[in-house]
Design a protein. Sequence first.
Length: 462
Amino acid sequence: MAQLWGGRFTKETDKMVYAFNASISFDQVLYKQDIQGSIAHAMMLARQGILTEKEHRLIEEGLKEILREIECGELNITEEFEDIHSFVEANLINKIGEAGKKLHTGRSRNDQVALDMKLYTKIQVEKMDGLLKELLFVLLTIMKEHLHTYMPGFTHLQKAQPTTLAHHMGAYFEMFKRDRHRLKGCLKRMDECPLGAGALAGTTYPLDREYTAKILGFERPTLNSMDSVSDRDYLIELLSHLSIIMMHLSRFCEEIILWNSNEYQFIELDDAYATGSSIMPQKKNPDIGELVRGKTGRVYGALLSLLTTMKGIPLAYNKDMQEDKEMAFDGIDTVQNCIALFTGMLKTVKWKKERMEESAKKGFSNATDAADYLVKKGVPFRDAHEIVGRLVLYCMDKGGAIDDLSMEEFHRVSPIFEQDIFEAVSLKACVERRCTLGAPGKEAMEKVISIYETYFEEEALL
Ligand code: ARG
């Protein structure tokens, strides 16, 4: 057990208390940010004349050496320290002696941990954004290839109207595009540096907070030292954005799982992204989709957990806040893994075009088009709806699709049908005529695709 605060204590900490209180088992992932923050703090202290140039040089070199040693495995982060901050500081003192003891001047672990977490979160959000961008790219590629891959569109999981695979993928493009936008907003709002807030009420040293904010890559310093050390809003916001990403992935997975089933057979998963059964030799299971769908629960859990942890905390820092880490880390790792795996799975899916088209034909998804046809011939929509309803009933009895009826059969239901009905209810015509912006018709889709191409070129649009 190695601590930074032994002075006013007369007894050793109870072992269980020590273990319960310690956070090094999980906050060690922050070692880089902790060192980065300390280097900036020391640089500013020297600039303000609080450290001598020599002390500053020793501290900076020592910290860089510690970083190098951790990265090449020479220095192990051991659990005899309470947290990563104590570990780095103790190692620095061990390495450079007296000067090391001055690093913590004008700083508290409260503003230190707030800084480390923000630095870490910023990097992870940027990484996540890159993964989402890759997913969007895969979606766009599929869209471009499948403008004429017809499939049923569903409502209530019942075949509703025909659409295309490009159109269906486009819906997910919109969802993940919004997700990137939300992440960007979160990054913008959290872009304030808490370093220099001290324990809660600033310090009496003449710290230059603008300077540390700038060299650490923040837009500006925070404006209230109490809020600086006790704000976890950005993590809650992030976890809610991550929850929405997982909800999107989970819905997509649900469709992949359905489409991969024997009943649908719209797709076949690549062998690299499917698993077998230990007992049933015929099985090829969509475990990745199921796991991504399942992991949604952990991310929602992390959000609820942190919201609950924060709800009753008086200002300013309280140890409850240490609980933010495992939840945030797990949420971030889970979402990054899920996006990466999902993207790989989607990229390698085999789309069974014929099956999709056949399914669209069979489900009366052109019934609205048949009604619209009658409307164009002067029948009021409500009557047209009734006539086509009867047509569907006839087809169901007979066991066929609207497209398969003969002229004589059409006339049995209504004399208004003419030869051009065949073209009007053909799957291709039904889709291609839908050319309002946002609809699946080729022209409309091409317009949207070109907007998406610009989206990738101009990051400003995000
Ligand atoms: N391990 C602590 C955390 O993650 C660091 C801050 C400790 N501050 C304190 N006053 N005990 O929140």
